[in-house]
Design a protein around this ligand. Structure first.
Ligand SMILES: [Fe+2]
Length: 185
């Protein structure tokens, strides 16, 4: 009787080490000599990767609420979340572009953002009031994070990033107020 040959088991290939992001992109050319010095740029850019992940995740979450709200106040909440998600989308773009102006690359991708943000957008949708309450809490959380990052930027001597993040505190606190008021709370 012929002995069935064991299928050859392919040896698992050693996983290639993730490539480190190049410190300089081709075409970036000249070295950077702006108002923020090298080590400070590094620190601020790292904080901004968290700020962009927070803004982007809250953008997607607000968009989800915009789609799923229902009830007597449907139109008002649908319009309010429309304004808020559009503003958050633009803010994520501005924060990302500040990272580039600091000479660093912007991380992207769902997994990467999930690791950088404190906003949970994986939980199933609740009722409309629960979704709105959750957005209030998320905007408050992001306002506190932006405040922390703004202080870091100021300590690093990056006045432009400081001001940009201070403006973000105001937007998130205003978002929280409008959402909270729409619940009559
Ligand atoms: Fe829409």
């Amino acid at each position: 009787m012929a002995v069935a040959k064991k299928p050859a088991v392919a040896k698992p290939k050693a996983k290639a080490a993730p490539k480190a992001a190049p410190s300089k992109l081709k075409g970036d050319g000249l070295s950077i000599n702006t108002s923020v010095d090298g080590s400070a740029r590094e620190k601020v850019a790292e904080a901004l990767t968290k700020a962009v992940a927070d803004s982007y995740t809250l953008y997607v979450k607000t968009l989800g609420v915009h789609w799923n709200v229902q009830g007597a106040n449907f139109y008002g909440l649908h319009k309010l979340t429309d304004e808020q998600y559009n503003e958050l989308h633009q803010a994520a773009d501005e924060i990302a572009e500040r990272i580039r102006a600091l000479g660093k690359l912007v991380p992207t991708g769902g997994e990467t953002f999930r690791a950088l943000t404190v906003i949970d957008n994986e939980a199933p949708h609740g009722t409309t009031p629960q979704m709105i309450k959750q957005l209030v809490l998320d905007n408050e959380t992001v306002a506190r994070r932006m405040s922390e990052f703004a202080e870091l930027a100021e300590e690093a001597g990056d006045l432009f990033t400081h001001d940009m993040l201070v403006a973000r505190i105001g937007v998130h606190e205003q978002n929280a107020w409008m959402l909270r008021s729409s619940l009559g709370e």
